[in-house]
Design a binder for this molecule. Sequence first.
Ligand SMILES: NC(=O)c1ccc[n+]([C@@H]2O[C@H](COP(=O)([O-])OP(=O)(O)OC[C@H]3O[C@@H](n4cnc5c(N)ncnc54)[C@H](OP(=O)(O)O)[C@@H]3O)[C@@H](O)[C@H]2O)c1
Length: 356
Amino acid sequence: MTDRIPCAILGASGYIGQHFARLLADHPTFAVAALGATERSEGRLLEEIWQLAEPPPSELEKFRIRRWSPAELSRRGIRLAFSALPSGTARDLESALVRRGISVFSNAADHRMDPSVPLLVPEVNGEHLALLGPPRRGRGILVTNPNCSATGLVLSMAPMMDLLRPKVVHVATYQSLSGAGYPGVPSLAITDNVVPFIQEEEEKLERESGRILGRLRDHRVVASPISFSAHCARVATREGHLEAVTVEAEARPGVSELRTAWRTFDPLARLGLPTAPHPPIEVRDEPDRPQPLRDRWAGRPTRARGMATVVGRIRWVPPFLRFFVLSHNAVRGGAGASVLNAEYALARGWDLTGGA
Ligand SMILES: NC(=O)c1ccc[n+]([C@@H]2O[C@H](COP(=O)([O-])OP(=O)(O)OC[C@H]3O[C@@H](n4cnc5c(N)ncnc54)[C@H](OP(=O)(O)O)[C@@H]3O)[C@@H](O)[C@H]2O)c1
């Protein structure tokens, strides 16, 4: 092992956990040292529980999954954890990890709206990391990433905030099956069907988007005044959440001006973060894109595959601006988002090794 920072993946046997393993297996900065789950997966090798289409990473396939407690992780010298724990379970467990000096980068919803916890999309609200106060060695931090449908929406909004001055954003989602994890939606409920309900999804999409696009004032986030209104549906695609967006705005810039704003947006360009896509937003000009099947793995360089958000079908239907946006729910909206957040925190001066 090199001087890569040892880390744990919690919820490693689940859908997001496996994407974490895929992304962290040969990561230049982080090295997986523990895979955690419940008694259901205890003792099994990663290769035995693996369900993603591509093979498990060779570096980790013989790794055993265990039920790790925060105390055991701490005794093993682990100071960094990536969390793919289910909502409900995550709140206490993640807090216990942080109390032990372990920094947590979480996919779970439980702490996303806590006033002192950043809900971070580095290209959009990197400054919200300041909610943590100044970096201090040995202290664990907790950073969350948003719901998988909010990530694509806020990324697509960020470059046009000043240009468009949005007032109301209506969004209708077409969310893939993997957004529900394993075992997910029963096949008989979704084959030949669309389910126009995902528990709590519309509420999360609306409130998290408002918080991410909000401003920092006196060490708190003041939510954006934009009014968000969401319809969320589950459709029978495997991966990639597609969203139809309709914006009511104060300004009416031309479509070509908007395209340029999206295409030139790259606030992380100079930081050298391994998982950051450049550019983070790809614009398709074809009339039938983006599509989940064809665009879900957008993102360059290779390590950032699935990290770019794809925008298309941009048009004015006065007084509304309309477009579609697509992002990979498990990568940009899940594991990749947490990994990028950790890389960003490190670049911004957080140590993440807990070193004294
Ligand atoms: N799916 C997505 O696209 C997506 C996107 C963004 C965020 N998220 C969020 O990411 C989290 C994981 O989602 P998922 O889709 O990967 O779910 P999942 O496939 O159901 O996996 C859940 C994982 O958590 C483990 N787990 C459950 N209870 C635990 C406990 N008490 N202690 C330790 N581990 C426990 C499970 O272990 P066993 O296998 O041993 O039961 C499994 O490894 C959720 O909070 C979800 O909301 C999901």
